[in-house]
Ligand binder design. Structure first.
Ligand code: FO1
Length: 334
């Protein structure tokens, strides 16, 4: 006999009212591109993007949050399309003045970008959390999906190199990723807590999948995973955890991922990306040119091959669609 009891009815009603939600873990440029694709194919209420803040630093009295800003500018359609970070149609009057006054100009903040930074500083100084400030800024920029910093407390990525320990942006921008990396650590992560909204979505019964964007696993995703409880939550969750490989055909799509993997003694392969996320991943999306990896990884996790290079908006939307179809197909797998 089949019967529907009151609780089941309520559950069904709840599912109708609460659409399936997706959590994207995201770093800078590569992650922001996929987040944009996802924002085109999902209802805004379905998408939460949790962003790395290990790259953040204090500079010229301001709090710089490069990955949050890259995600916000990308989703708002304001990002500089060549760089993938900062604002399009930017001017540099303030920075020119800083240079004239013999200030530090190795980290390039444009005039429009500085406007955002001044407001962020002011709101933080009024006592708002970074989550609240980010929500305010993204709302004002017309962004509908939820954008969250990984934590409201400071976590700072530090890179141990052959030239000593470097703060992240000193390694990445000032030294142009040239020093050889020996190890990477996330200062403050053990004392920090994941942002409230991050914990909430991980516990939300409407959560359908966690997506690890094609961001640098070592510099952009690991800071998020280093927060207390996050690795465990992703290992224990009942929903699929799917990564999109930032390694394509033995090379990094962008940035120093391949160089860092070599310096850490790792092969630059999608298998090494899968190994890096071992214990957490249900599936991996790899580029068509890495189709050989399907056989190698078979039995360990589900692998989906498609075009993963995102040069324009249709590419980003197409990858997001492929990803969501892959996630749905996992439900049908016994
Ligand atoms: N990257 C650079 O290579 N040089 C810069 O001068 C620079 C300035 C900058 C300013 C604001 C911002 O939001 C990002 C900026 N980035 C710059 C990018 C940033 O350093 C990196 O892309 C991320 O931290 C890595 O994801």
């Amino acid at each position: 006999m089949s019967c529907t009891d009151f609780n089941d009815e309520r559950a069904l009603e709840g599912m109708k009212l609460k659409p399936e939600r997706y959590l994207a873990l995201c770093g800078g440029v590569g992650g922001a591109k996929l987040a944009l694709g996802l924002s085109h194919v999902l209802d805004p209420s379905q998408l939460t993007v949790v962003v790395n803040t290990g790259d953040d630093f204090e500079h010229l009295g301001l709090l710089i949050c490069p990955d949050i800003d890259t995600v916000c500018y990308t989703l708002a359609g304001l990002v500089d399309p060549q760089q993938g970070w900062g604002r399009a149609d930017e001017s540099w009057n303030a920075l020119t003045e800083v240079k004239r006054l013999d200030g530090e100009t190795w980290f390039r903040l444009g005039d429009k970008d500085l406007g955002l930074h001044l407001l962020r500083r002011a709101l933080l100084d009024q006592g708002m959390s970074l989550s609240a400030v980010t929500a305010h800024i993204s709302r004002q920029l017309g962004i509908a999906p939820e954008i969250l910093p990984m934590s409201d407390q400071a976590v700072r990525t530090e890179v141990e190199t052959d030239q000593g320990k470097l703060a992240f942006q000193h390694y990445f921008v000032r030294e142009r990723c040239e020093p050889r990396v020996r190890s990477i650590c996330f200062a403050g992560s053990q004392a920090a807590e994941p942002a409230e909204g991050f914990v909430r979505i991980l516990q939300d019964p409407a959560l359908k999948a966690v997506i690890i964007c094609p961001s640098n696993p070592f510099l952009s995703v690991d800071p998020i995973l280093s927060l207390p409880g996050i690795r465990e939550a992703l290992s224990d969750t009942d929903v699929p955890v799917i990564a999109v490989s930032p390694v394509v055909g033995g090379q990094a799509v962008k940035g120093p991922t391949a160089k860092i993997m070599q310096e850490l003694g790792l092969p630059v392969t999608v298998e090494a990306v899968a190994d890096h996320y071992a214990g957490m991943l249900t599936g991996l999306v790899v580029d068509r040119c890495d189709s050989d990896s399907v056989q190698v990884l078979e039995g360990r996790l589900a692998v989906h091959c498609c075009d993963t290079i995102m040069k324009n908006t249709p590419d980003k939307v197409a990858l997001a669609r492929q990803l969501l179809e892959f996630i749905s197909s996992l439900e049908d797998t016994p």
